[in-house]
Design a protein around this ligand. Structure first.
Ligand code: PGA
Length: 241
């Protein structure tokens, strides 16, 4: 929940003017607030990069749900991706795995690619519960999908204790959890899990992105605070070079 429309458009324009510095094979996705999505789509025009994501979508298809935005509305912008299950949505807005499964199914039915977030809070990590917590988030949501739907999912691992706190998981902690996520998903989806993009999120910045992204099971990043500065966001995306 950052930037007015004017500020948001300026940020997107700055990002667009730097996309030629990003390696060709890097997919950039921007996820502005709902109010900025249509203007963002116009600014992006028919460029290949960046793709456009929403930060949330409804767990109902359509109808009398005042204030909600449905997956089909987003698809009609057009928007290609939607972030679902961000820890802030789980914590402040009571989004459970059950609600998220409905949201994911509706997103997929509208041909949106879900970016599904998982991650543990500090007490869970300190109590060595982190694998168990992430496993249940995967089991109760992604593992309920059929293989064709699962192929379209992007996973984002976000240790909640690292989001917006300046604390980053070490590259080893990120790799360890990403490898766990991939192996867990392979238990249900077999070889398909090898090509599931698994992003790391949590205080990613230009100074630490290269090391985190160099880990074998880290396929990209979900960038919060640093995405509010075009220079930093582009530098992070350029860390894949
Ligand atoms: P951060 O946010 O980069 O500001 O830690 C990450 C996120 O919101 O997923």
């Amino acid at each position: 929940m950052n930037t007015t429309l004017k500020e948001g458009k300026k940020l997107i324009e700055e990002i667009l003017s730097g996309t030629d510095r990003i390696p060709q094979d890097v997919t950039l996705i921007i996820a502005p607030p709902f109010t900025h999505l249509c203007p963002a789509a116009r600014l992006i025009g028919n460029r290949r990069n960046p793709a456009l994501a929403a930060q949330n979508s409804a767990n109902r298809e359509s109808g009398a749900y005042t204030g909600e935005v449905s997956a089909s509305m987003l698809a009609s912008i057009p928007c290609s991706h939607v972030i679902l299950g961000h820890s802030e949505r789980r914590e402040y807005y009571g989004e459970t795995n059950e609600i998220l499964l409905d949201k994911i199914r509706l997103a997929l039915a509208s041909r949106l690619r879900p970016i599904f977030c998982v991650g543990e809070v500090l007490a869970e990590r300190e109590g060595s519960m982190h694998f168990q917590v992430v496993a249940s988030q995967l089991r109760e949501v992604l593992c309920q999908l059929g293989p064709e739907d699962f192929k379209k999912v992007i996973v984002a691992y976000e240790p909640v204790w690292a989001i917006g706190t300046g604390k980053t998981a070490t590259a080893e902690q990120a790799q360890e959890m990403h490898a766990f996520i991939r192996a867990f998903l392979a238990g249900t989806f077999g070889d398909l899990a090898a090509s599931t993009p698994i992003l790391y999120g949590g205080s990613c910045k230009p100074s630490n992105a290269r090391e985190i992204f160099s880990q074998p099971d880290v396929d990209g990043g979900l960038i919060g605070g640093a995405s509010l500065k075009a220079e930093d966001f582009l530098a992070i995306a350029g860390s894949f070079a």
